[in-house]
Ligand binder design. Structure first.
Ligand SMILES: Cc1cc2nc3c(=O)[nH]c(=O)nc-3n(C[C@H](O)[C@H](O)[C@H](O)COP(=O)(O)OP(=O)(O)OC[C@H]3O[C@@H](n4cnc5c(N)ncnc54)[C@H](O)[C@@H]3O)c2cc1C
Length: 374
């Protein structure tokens, strides 16, 4: 047995205790859109954000399974930060796997301790689910790379130090580290109906000049991009499992106490069965997520496992949240009980970071050998 599964198991115990404690020390209302940097740093300080970053660069080296444990723990504690599926899961994994020694030394320790944050910019207005259509180009001019184009729905740009940006170099997609204060980079906010500290932006690259040190894995081809996508799906799934746990627990506690006839409402099967069904779906979803994480950490291809995990977790969280809101009646809609508050976020995960339809396409093609439809 490699040391990673053991480390991930140990992380489970530690995260479930330390993450809620770290969260409790920070007075940030994460539903208001307030800056959550303080909270992020509190999680960094206990080692949670460096779970999957290699030890030599300031992390714990416990793999994506351990990072998924953290994601589940913070969501279960009521703080489902989407950023965990981006900065540590996508960006740190790409840099750890393919960055130059200088890029690793510059970025990984800060990503691990929460003092630095990276955003990930791939989606474009004319190329959402279809990355083959990406238009943003990086061209050579003298000794520089010059990036031009637009990304949209890029999360957390206002709090990121740089954006890992996917751009086309001839026929290949390459990944560039673009500082958020680079000359020629501008942004405009996109208003969304999601209550979370992460804000969304259009990002415009107007001849942004970068030197060679900005390119991640110059000779690794698409492997750099693919390295980050499965961790993003797995950690998103874990976050959703934590949200489902949070919602079911609130609803079960409420159903045990609330009496409107002569028994607690949980005695009515119309109330208890949807919660029991959600609990069952959550147990299955957690197994899929853990198995996808272990496959990734073991170096297996694991794309179908990650797709199934994210698909199942997004549906499970939607069902669980809906059942929980129904259990609370009118209180299901209140800010105080914190359920309806999560509605936009949970719904988002059937669209992003990859939609349920694209995940089904992947499973149909790769696992069932059905003709490729995309
Ligand atoms: C809040 C939020 C945060 C985000 N954060 C980021 C971020 O940080 N960085 C980033 O790069 N992007 C981010 N995104 C973008 C997100 O990844 C995309 O919205 C998502 O990938 C879907 O792309 P699209 O919106 O262009 O939809 P489209 O690709 O236009 O798809 C629209 C619909 O058509 C369906 N569809 C399309 N093609 C097919 C097909 N072949 N078969 C079946 N169905 C299909 C899709 O499933 C979807 O339901 C974010 C989005 C949101 C809303």
């Amino acid at each position: 047995m490699s040391s990673q599964p053991r480390l991930a198991n140990a992380f489970w115990v530690v995260s479930m205790t330390l993450c809620p404690t770290a969260i409790a020390t920070v007075s940030v209302d994460t539903t208001s859109g307030d800056n959550a940097r303080e909270l992020w740093q509190a999680l960094g300080a206990i080692g949670a954000l460096g779970a999957s970053i290699s030890e030599e660069h300031g992390g714990v080296g416990a793999g994506v399974h351990a990072l998924s444990v953290v994601a589940e723990a913070i969501a279960e504690a009521g703080v489902p930060l989407m950023l965990i599926a981006l900065s540590p899961a996508v960006c740190a994994t790409m840099i750890d796997g393919f960055g130059s020694p200088a890029q690793k030394a510059e970025w990984l320790p800060g990503l691990a301790d929460g003092s630095r944050v990276l955003g990930f910019a791939i989606t474009e207005p004319d190329a959402g689910s279809n990355t083959h259509n990406l238009r943003m180009r990086a061209r050579r001019d003298g000794g520089s790379w010059v990036l031009s184009g637009q990304k949209y729905y890029v999360s957390h740009v206002d709090n990121a130090d740089a954006l890992l940006t996917v751009a086309r170099v001839e026929d290949e997609l390459k990944v560039f580290l673009v500082p958020t204060d680079a000359p020629g980079l501008t942004r405009s906010p996109i208003k969304v109906e999601i209550l979370s500290p992460e804000r969304q932006y259009n990002v415009f690259y107007d001849d942004v000049r970068l030197d060679d040190s900005a390119l991640v894995g110059p000779n690794a081809g698409m492997a750099v991009l693919y390295a980050g996508l499965n961790p993003e799906r797995i950690v998103s799934a874990a976050l959703l499992n934590g949200i489902a746990r949070y919602a079911i627990d609130i609803a079960a506690a409420y159903a045990r106490e609330r009496i409107v006839w002569n028994v607690p409402i949980g005695a009515h099967q119309a109330v208890s069965h949807p919660l029991a069904r959600a609990e069952t779906a959550l147990a299955a979803s957690r197994l899929l997520t853990a198995s996808a994480a272990r496959a990734f950490d073991a170096g297996e291809p694991g794309g179908v496992d990650a797709a199934m995990a994210k698909l199942t977790a997004s549906e499970t969280a939607s069902t669980a949240l809906d059942a929980a809101m129904q259990t609370l009646g009118g209180n299901g809609m209140s800010r105080e009980y914190g359920l309806a508050t999560l509605h936009g976020l949970v719904r988002l995960f059937r669209i992003a970071p990859v939609s349920s339809e694209m995940l089904l396409n992947h499973v149909a093609h790769k696992r069932l050998s059905l003709p490729r439809s995309y």
